[in-house]
Write a protein that binds this ligand. Structure first.
Ligand code: SAH
Length: 217
């Protein structure tokens, strides 16, 4: 067993399971996906620590527990089409690719999208489409989605994204101020966009969602 495998098993035990994440498919996948490859070589030994880490372009790879919490909230069974806003390193994308049927991911910074694409190809994640652009508009041509995950902090829930969810679809998004947000889970329950079920999953801290329905650059 390689060194990183041991670190991964420990990460799942002490950071993920111990905090109440139960989805067995998700736990298995987090024991498998090589998170250390999604960070800079100099940071590899910190890849399984209980915190976010810097990636290029002044962005961050989310803390493992937050990835688990957000992913579990989507209640994936393997059949879903999922939209991700904020590809970043591509780590969350890989987790989704293992658990859903198809993943569509939008990243506004081309260099990050390119890096993630290369790595996801090398790891054989062929059910992932990545596009460079402002994800606050969603991805209309590929909608509706059974799940939408926004991995950057938003001032409010973009209605464009809600409108691209299936009825019964789940969306998870950090909403709040620029320095701290609440992780919100929304379930669309009818055609009426005002009729959504809303749950607060707790406090979090993400980099800005920058765009038309996000923060100003
Ligand atoms: N899930 C990623 C998180 C990266 S940080 C990971 O764990 O690696 C959030 C990412 O969202 C950044 O890469 C940032 O460039 C991107 N982002 C911010 N606003 C965006 C927008 N409007 N559309 C698409 N991507 C956006």
């Amino acid at each position: 067993m390689d060194r990183y495998k041991k670190q991964r098993l420990r990460m799942v035990e002490y950071q993920i399971k111990s905090r109440g994440i139960k989805d067995p498919r998700l736990l298995k996948v987090m024991e498998t996906v090589p998170r250390h490859l999604f960070v800079d070589e100099a940071l590899r030994d910190q890849a399984y620590n209980d915190n976010p880490l810097p990636i290029d372009e002044r962005q961050t790879i989310s803390q493992p527990y937050i990835v688990a919490l957000m992913t579990e909230a989507l209640e994936l069974t393997g059949k879903e089409r999922v939209l991700e806003i904020g590809t970043g390193s591509g780590y969350q994308t890989a987790i989704l690719a293992e658990l859903a049927d198809r993943v569509f991911s939008i990243e506004r910074i081309a260099a990050l999208a390119g890096g993630a694409r290369k790595l996801l190809d090398a790891l054989h994640y062929y059910n992932v489409a990545i596009r460079v652009g402002d994800g606050t508009y969603g991805w209309k041509e590929e909608s509706p989605f059974d799940g939408i995950i926004v991995t950057a902090g938003a001032p409010s829930v973009p209605r464009t994204l809600l409108s691209q969810l299936t009825i019964g679809g789940k969306m998870v998004i950090p909403v709040g101020g620029r320095h701290s947000q609440s992780l919100i889970k929304l379930t669309r329950i009818s055609e009426d966009l005002n009729e959504v079920k809303k749950e607060d999953l707790g406090g979090c801290r993400f980099v800005d969602l920058v765009g038309e329905y996000g923060w100003e650059y």
